[in-house]
Design a protein around this ligand. Sequence first.
Ligand code: NAD
Length: 331
Amino acid sequence: MSEKYKITAFASRPDERVSFDLFEEKLNLDIKHVSSQLSLDVVEQAKGSVGVTVLGNCDCSKPVLEELSKMGIKFLASRSAGYNNIDVEAAKSLGIQISNAQYSPNCVADFAIMLALMLNRKVVTVLKRNVANDFSLPGVQGHEMKNMTVGVIGTGRIGQAVIKNYSGFGCKILGYDLYENEEMKNYITYVDLDYLLENSDIITLHTPLFDSTYHMINKDSIAKMKKGVKIINTARGELIDTDALIEGLKSRHIGAAGLDVLESEKGIFHTDCRMKGMYNEQIAILKAFDNVVLTNHVAFYTDQAVEDMVYCGLNSLYQFITTGTADFEIK
Ligand code: NAD
Protein backbone atom coordinates (compact mmCIF):
# COMPACT_ATOMS: atom_id res chain seq x y z
CA MET A 1 0.00 0.00 0.00
CA SER A 2 1.38 3.46 -0.94
CA GLU A 3 1.91 6.18 1.65
CA LYS A 4 -1.32 7.49 3.10
CA TYR A 5 -2.58 11.01 2.30
CA LYS A 6 -2.49 13.12 5.45
CA ILE A 7 -5.55 15.29 5.99
CA THR A 8 -7.06 17.24 8.90
CA ALA A 9 -10.76 17.06 9.78
CA PHE A 10 -11.96 20.18 11.59
CA ALA A 11 -15.19 20.28 13.62
CA SER A 12 -14.94 16.48 13.78
CA ARG A 13 -17.79 15.13 15.94
CA PRO A 14 -17.91 11.80 17.76
CA ASP A 15 -21.01 10.76 15.83
CA GLU A 16 -19.09 11.13 12.55
CA ARG A 17 -16.26 8.88 13.72
CA VAL A 18 -17.64 5.55 12.47
CA SER A 19 -17.94 6.97 8.97
CA PHE A 20 -14.55 8.72 9.17
CA ASP A 21 -12.88 5.44 10.17
CA LEU A 22 -14.66 3.51 7.41
CA PHE A 23 -13.67 5.87 4.58
CA GLU A 24 -10.19 6.60 5.99
CA GLU A 25 -9.36 2.98 5.32
CA LYS A 26 -11.07 2.77 1.93
CA LEU A 27 -9.56 6.02 0.58
CA ASN A 28 -6.03 5.45 1.91
CA LEU A 29 -6.17 8.54 4.15
CA ASP A 30 -4.48 9.36 7.45
CA ILE A 31 -6.89 11.65 9.29
CA LYS A 32 -6.03 14.01 12.13
CA HIS A 33 -9.24 14.85 14.02
CA VAL A 34 -9.70 18.32 15.49
CA SER A 35 -12.95 18.81 17.39
CA SER A 36 -12.72 22.63 17.20
CA GLN A 37 -14.24 24.48 14.29
CA LEU A 38 -11.60 25.82 11.91
CA SER A 39 -10.59 29.37 12.87
CA LEU A 40 -7.40 31.45 13.09
CA ASP A 41 -6.92 30.09 16.63
CA VAL A 42 -6.65 26.44 15.55
CA VAL A 43 -5.58 26.62 11.92
CA GLU A 44 -2.01 25.53 12.73
CA GLN A 45 -3.42 22.09 13.56
CA ALA A 46 -3.53 21.49 9.80
CA LYS A 47 0.27 21.65 9.44
CA GLY A 48 1.63 18.66 7.52
CA SER A 49 -1.67 17.89 5.76
CA VAL A 50 -2.35 18.02 2.03
CA GLY A 51 -5.99 18.95 2.54
CA VAL A 52 -8.59 19.79 5.17
CA THR A 53 -12.26 18.96 5.59
CA VAL A 54 -14.59 21.38 7.38
CA LEU A 55 -18.24 21.90 8.22
CA GLY A 56 -20.50 24.88 7.49
CA ASN A 57 -19.82 26.29 10.97
CA CYS A 58 -16.07 26.66 10.30
CA ASP A 59 -14.42 30.00 9.55
CA CYS A 60 -13.02 29.78 6.03
CA SER A 61 -12.51 33.50 5.58
CA LYS A 62 -9.55 35.00 3.71
CA PRO A 63 -7.19 35.26 6.74
CA VAL A 64 -7.76 31.58 7.60
CA LEU A 65 -7.32 30.49 3.98
CA GLU A 66 -4.10 32.51 3.80
CA GLU A 67 -2.74 30.57 6.77
CA LEU A 68 -3.69 27.26 5.11
CA SER A 69 -2.01 28.40 1.91
CA LYS A 70 1.22 29.29 3.77
CA MET A 71 1.30 25.67 5.00
CA GLY A 72 1.07 24.49 1.38
CA ILE A 73 -2.52 23.22 1.73
CA LYS A 74 -4.19 23.10 -1.66
CA PHE A 75 -7.53 21.41 -0.98
CA LEU A 76 -10.50 22.24 1.28
CA ALA A 77 -13.59 20.02 1.19
CA SER A 78 -16.69 20.96 3.14
CA ARG A 79 -18.86 18.21 4.55
CA SER A 80 -21.81 20.66 4.41
CA ALA A 81 -23.99 21.60 1.44
CA GLY A 82 -24.07 25.36 2.12
CA TYR A 83 -20.69 27.01 1.56
CA ASN A 84 -21.40 30.63 2.47
CA ASN A 85 -18.73 30.27 5.20
CA ILE A 86 -16.01 29.91 2.54
CA ASP A 87 -14.51 32.97 0.83
CA VAL A 88 -14.62 31.44 -2.64
CA GLU A 89 -12.78 34.32 -4.34
CA ALA A 90 -9.98 34.26 -1.76
CA ALA A 91 -9.62 30.49 -2.19
CA LYS A 92 -9.37 30.94 -5.95
CA SER A 93 -6.73 33.63 -5.71
CA LEU A 94 -4.70 31.50 -3.28
CA GLY A 95 -4.98 28.43 -5.54
CA ILE A 96 -6.92 26.40 -2.95
CA GLN A 97 -9.44 24.08 -4.61
CA ILE A 98 -12.72 23.81 -2.69
CA SER A 99 -15.80 21.60 -2.75
CA ASN A 100 -19.08 21.22 -0.92
CA ALA A 101 -21.12 18.11 -0.11
CA GLN A 102 -24.15 16.97 -2.02
CA TYR A 103 -26.00 14.38 0.01
CA SER A 104 -29.54 13.09 0.06
CA PRO A 105 -31.87 16.11 0.05
CA ASN A 106 -34.57 14.12 1.85
CA CYS A 107 -33.23 14.84 5.33
CA VAL A 108 -33.91 18.57 5.00
CA ALA A 109 -37.01 18.11 2.83
CA ASP A 110 -38.68 15.82 5.40
CA PHE A 111 -37.89 18.31 8.15
CA ALA A 112 -39.31 21.25 6.19
CA ILE A 113 -42.58 19.34 5.71
CA MET A 114 -42.66 18.44 9.42
CA LEU A 115 -42.36 22.13 10.33
CA ALA A 116 -45.22 22.98 7.94
CA LEU A 117 -47.42 20.25 9.44
CA MET A 118 -46.61 21.41 12.97
CA LEU A 119 -47.58 24.98 12.14
CA ASN A 120 -50.69 23.96 10.23
CA ARG A 121 -51.96 21.92 13.18
CA LYS A 122 -50.83 24.33 15.94
CA VAL A 123 -48.80 21.59 17.57
CA VAL A 124 -46.80 23.93 19.85
CA THR A 125 -50.02 25.15 21.50
CA VAL A 126 -51.46 21.62 21.70
CA LEU A 127 -48.34 20.26 23.44
CA LYS A 128 -47.99 23.23 25.82
CA ARG A 129 -51.63 22.89 26.84
CA ASN A 130 -51.27 19.14 27.33
CA VAL A 131 -48.50 19.75 29.87
CA ALA A 132 -51.04 21.71 31.94
CA ASN A 133 -53.79 19.08 31.37
CA ASP A 134 -55.71 21.56 29.18
CA PHE A 135 -57.25 19.29 26.56
CA SER A 136 -59.77 21.82 25.23
CA LEU A 137 -60.39 22.53 21.53
CA PRO A 138 -60.81 26.31 21.16
CA GLY A 139 -57.73 27.89 19.59
CA VAL A 140 -56.20 24.74 18.14
CA GLN A 141 -58.22 24.24 14.98
CA GLY A 142 -55.84 23.63 12.08
CA HIS A 143 -55.86 23.52 8.29
CA GLU A 144 -55.62 20.65 5.83
CA MET A 145 -52.55 20.53 3.63
CA LYS A 146 -54.54 19.84 0.47
CA ASN A 147 -56.19 23.25 0.82
CA MET A 148 -52.86 25.06 0.95
CA THR A 149 -51.02 26.91 -1.80
CA VAL A 150 -47.33 26.40 -1.16
CA GLY A 151 -44.65 28.72 -2.55
CA VAL A 152 -41.23 27.09 -2.94
CA ILE A 153 -38.36 29.56 -3.33
CA GLY A 154 -35.37 27.72 -4.78
CA THR A 155 -36.13 24.57 -6.75
CA GLY A 156 -32.69 22.94 -6.53
CA ARG A 157 -31.98 19.57 -4.93
CA ILE A 158 -33.74 20.19 -1.62
CA GLY A 159 -36.50 22.33 -3.16
CA GLN A 160 -37.30 19.49 -5.59
CA ALA A 161 -37.55 16.91 -2.79
CA VAL A 162 -39.82 19.31 -0.89
CA ILE A 163 -42.00 19.76 -3.97
CA LYS A 164 -42.38 15.99 -4.41
CA ASN A 165 -43.34 15.67 -0.74
CA TYR A 166 -45.93 18.47 -0.97
CA SER A 167 -47.37 17.03 -4.15
CA GLY A 168 -48.31 13.91 -2.16
CA PHE A 169 -50.59 16.03 0.02
CA GLY A 170 -52.38 17.43 -3.03
CA CYS A 171 -51.29 21.03 -2.41
CA LYS A 172 -51.22 23.64 -5.15
CA ILE A 173 -47.52 24.43 -5.58
CA LEU A 174 -45.93 27.60 -6.93
CA GLY A 175 -42.19 27.78 -7.58
CA TYR A 176 -39.63 30.53 -8.02
CA ASP A 177 -36.02 30.06 -9.09
CA LEU A 178 -33.55 31.82 -11.34
CA TYR A 179 -33.50 28.62 -13.43
CA GLU A 180 -36.66 26.64 -14.11
CA ASN A 181 -36.45 22.86 -13.87
CA GLU A 182 -38.30 20.95 -16.60
CA GLU A 183 -39.15 17.91 -14.46
CA MET A 184 -40.60 20.13 -11.72
CA LYS A 185 -43.09 21.59 -14.19
CA ASN A 186 -45.00 18.29 -13.75
CA TYR A 187 -45.66 19.33 -10.14
CA ILE A 188 -45.55 23.12 -9.93
CA THR A 189 -46.27 26.35 -11.72
CA TYR A 190 -43.25 28.62 -12.00
CA VAL A 191 -44.16 32.23 -11.23
CA ASP A 192 -42.29 35.45 -10.48
CA LEU A 193 -41.30 36.16 -6.88
CA ASP A 194 -44.00 38.78 -6.24
CA TYR A 195 -46.76 36.45 -7.47
CA LEU A 196 -45.46 33.70 -5.19
CA LEU A 197 -45.30 36.06 -2.19
CA GLU A 198 -48.82 37.37 -2.82
CA ASN A 199 -50.52 34.02 -3.37
CA SER A 200 -48.93 31.45 -1.04
CA ASP A 201 -50.35 30.19 2.26
CA ILE A 202 -47.01 28.56 3.08
CA ILE A 203 -43.66 29.95 1.84
CA THR A 204 -40.68 27.61 2.12
CA LEU A 205 -37.08 28.77 1.48
CA HIS A 206 -34.49 26.58 -0.27
CA THR A 207 -31.90 28.88 -1.85
CA PRO A 208 -28.26 29.11 -0.80
CA LEU A 209 -27.07 32.24 1.00
CA PHE A 210 -25.57 34.61 -1.55
CA ASP A 211 -25.39 38.41 -1.63
CA SER A 212 -28.44 38.19 -3.91
CA THR A 213 -30.48 36.14 -1.41
CA TYR A 214 -29.41 37.93 1.81
CA HIS A 215 -32.58 39.21 3.55
CA MET A 216 -34.75 38.23 0.57
CA ILE A 217 -37.53 38.01 3.16
CA ASN A 218 -37.70 41.53 4.59
CA LYS A 219 -40.20 44.21 5.57
CA ASP A 220 -41.16 44.90 1.94
CA SER A 221 -41.52 41.26 0.87
CA ILE A 222 -43.52 40.45 4.02
CA ALA A 223 -45.89 43.34 3.21
CA LYS A 224 -46.68 41.60 -0.12
CA MET A 225 -47.57 38.27 1.54
CA LYS A 226 -51.07 37.04 2.38
CA LYS A 227 -52.22 37.84 5.91
CA GLY A 228 -51.67 34.71 8.00
CA VAL A 229 -48.88 33.33 5.78
CA LYS A 230 -46.66 30.61 7.26
CA ILE A 231 -42.92 30.91 6.57
CA ILE A 232 -40.55 27.94 6.72
CA ASN A 233 -36.77 28.38 6.66
CA THR A 234 -34.48 25.34 6.62
CA ALA A 235 -31.88 26.98 4.36
CA ARG A 236 -29.83 29.78 5.97
CA GLY A 237 -30.90 32.26 8.67
CA GLU A 238 -29.62 35.26 6.75
CA LEU A 239 -32.25 34.74 4.03
CA ILE A 240 -34.67 36.38 6.48
CA ASP A 241 -34.42 39.77 8.17
CA THR A 242 -35.30 38.34 11.59
CA ASP A 243 -36.35 41.68 13.07
CA ALA A 244 -38.81 42.16 10.20
CA LEU A 245 -40.07 38.59 10.75
CA ILE A 246 -40.62 39.30 14.45
CA GLU A 247 -42.51 42.50 13.59
CA GLY A 248 -44.65 40.51 11.14
CA LEU A 249 -45.42 37.93 13.82
CA LYS A 250 -46.28 40.62 16.36
CA SER A 251 -48.67 42.36 13.96
CA ARG A 252 -50.12 38.93 13.05
CA HIS A 253 -49.51 39.57 9.35
CA ILE A 254 -47.35 36.45 9.55
CA GLY A 255 -49.49 33.62 10.88
CA ALA A 256 -46.64 31.31 11.92
CA ALA A 257 -42.98 30.51 11.30
CA GLY A 258 -40.95 27.30 11.28
CA LEU A 259 -37.25 28.11 11.58
CA ASP A 260 -34.40 25.61 11.65
CA VAL A 261 -31.83 28.33 11.00
CA LEU A 262 -31.39 31.83 12.37
CA GLU A 263 -29.07 34.69 11.42
CA SER A 264 -27.73 34.90 14.98
CA GLU A 265 -27.23 31.13 15.42
CA LYS A 266 -23.41 31.09 15.24
CA GLY A 267 -21.84 29.86 18.47
CA ILE A 268 -25.26 28.82 19.86
CA PHE A 269 -26.82 26.15 17.67
CA HIS A 270 -25.02 22.79 17.98
CA THR A 271 -23.79 23.83 21.45
CA ASP A 272 -25.10 22.88 24.88
CA CYS A 273 -25.61 26.38 26.29
CA ARG A 274 -27.32 25.35 29.55
CA MET A 275 -24.37 26.31 31.75
CA LYS A 276 -23.27 29.29 29.66
CA GLY A 277 -25.89 31.81 30.79
CA MET A 278 -26.35 32.63 27.12
CA TYR A 279 -28.81 35.35 26.07
CA ASN A 280 -29.90 35.96 22.53
CA GLU A 281 -32.74 38.42 22.20
CA GLN A 282 -34.07 37.09 18.87
CA ILE A 283 -34.15 33.53 20.22
CA ALA A 284 -35.83 34.67 23.44
CA ILE A 285 -38.54 36.54 21.52
CA LEU A 286 -39.12 33.78 18.97
CA LYS A 287 -39.38 31.09 21.67
CA ALA A 288 -42.14 33.11 23.36
CA PHE A 289 -44.49 32.79 20.35
CA ASP A 290 -46.85 29.81 20.33
CA ASN A 291 -46.98 30.03 16.54
CA VAL A 292 -43.21 29.64 16.06
CA VAL A 293 -41.32 26.37 15.90
CA LEU A 294 -37.62 27.07 16.39
CA THR A 295 -35.14 24.22 15.95
CA ASN A 296 -31.37 24.37 16.19
CA HIS A 297 -30.10 23.69 12.64
CA VAL A 298 -30.84 19.99 12.80
CA ALA A 299 -32.74 19.50 9.53
CA PHE A 300 -29.72 17.76 7.99
CA TYR A 301 -29.12 15.50 10.98
CA THR A 302 -29.98 11.93 10.04
CA ASP A 303 -27.87 8.77 10.09
CA GLN A 304 -27.88 8.66 6.30
CA ALA A 305 -26.87 12.31 5.90
CA VAL A 306 -23.97 12.15 8.38
CA GLU A 307 -22.47 9.16 6.59
CA ASP A 308 -22.96 10.83 3.20
CA MET A 309 -21.48 14.15 4.42
CA VAL A 310 -18.32 12.50 5.74
CA TYR A 311 -17.99 10.44 2.56
CA CYS A 312 -18.42 13.54 0.36
CA GLY A 313 -15.77 15.50 2.27
CA LEU A 314 -13.23 12.67 2.26
CA ASN A 315 -13.92 11.50 -1.28
CA SER A 316 -13.55 15.06 -2.59
CA LEU A 317 -10.12 15.32 -0.94
CA TYR A 318 -9.17 11.92 -2.38
CA GLN A 319 -10.33 13.03 -5.83
CA PHE A 320 -8.48 16.37 -5.60
CA ILE A 321 -5.27 14.64 -4.55
CA THR A 322 -5.40 11.84 -7.11
CA THR A 323 -7.04 13.52 -10.13
CA GLY A 324 -6.71 17.28 -9.61
CA THR A 325 -10.46 17.84 -9.50
CA ALA A 326 -13.55 16.59 -7.61
CA ASP A 327 -17.16 15.85 -8.55
CA PHE A 328 -18.44 18.65 -6.30
CA GLU A 329 -15.65 21.17 -6.88
CA ILE A 330 -16.86 24.77 -6.57
CA LYS A 331 -15.35 26.69 -9.48
P1 NAD B 1 -29.04 23.64 -4.76
O1 NAD B 1 -27.83 24.39 -5.20
O2 NAD B 1 -29.31 22.28 -5.32
O3 NAD B 1 -30.35 24.53 -5.03
C1 NAD B 1 -30.40 25.91 -4.78
C2 NAD B 1 -31.39 26.53 -5.76
O4 NAD B 1 -31.53 27.93 -5.43
C3 NAD B 1 -30.90 26.47 -7.23
O5 NAD B 1 -31.92 25.91 -8.04
C4 NAD B 1 -30.62 27.92 -7.57
O6 NAD B 1 -30.86 28.24 -8.93
C5 NAD B 1 -31.60 28.64 -6.65
N1 NAD B 1 -31.25 30.05 -6.44
C6 NAD B 1 -30.02 30.59 -6.25
N2 NAD B 1 -30.11 31.91 -6.10
C7 NAD B 1 -31.42 32.22 -6.21
C8 NAD B 1 -32.16 33.44 -6.16
N3 NAD B 1 -31.55 34.62 -5.98
N4 NAD B 1 -33.50 33.38 -6.30
C9 NAD B 1 -34.13 32.19 -6.50
N5 NAD B 1 -33.49 31.00 -6.56
C10 NAD B 1 -32.16 31.04 -6.43
O7 NAD B 1 -28.92 23.60 -3.17
P2 NAD B 1 -29.67 22.60 -2.17
O8 NAD B 1 -28.88 21.34 -2.02
O9 NAD B 1 -31.10 22.49 -2.59
O10 NAD B 1 -29.52 23.37 -0.78
C11 NAD B 1 -30.11 24.67 -0.60
C12 NAD B 1 -29.56 25.28 0.69
O11 NAD B 1 -30.09 24.58 1.82
C13 NAD B 1 -28.04 25.13 0.89
O12 NAD B 1 -27.32 26.12 0.18
C14 NAD B 1 -27.88 25.27 2.37
O13 NAD B 1 -27.63 26.62 2.72
C15 NAD B 1 -29.23 24.83 2.92
N6 NAD B 1 -29.12 23.58 3.74
C16 NAD B 1 -29.55 23.61 5.04
C17 NAD B 1 -29.47 22.45 5.82
C18 NAD B 1 -29.97 22.39 7.24
O14 NAD B 1 -29.59 21.48 8.00
N7 NAD B 1 -30.86 23.26 7.68
C19 NAD B 1 -28.88 21.30 5.27
C20 NAD B 1 -28.47 21.30 3.94
C21 NAD B 1 -28.59 22.46 3.18
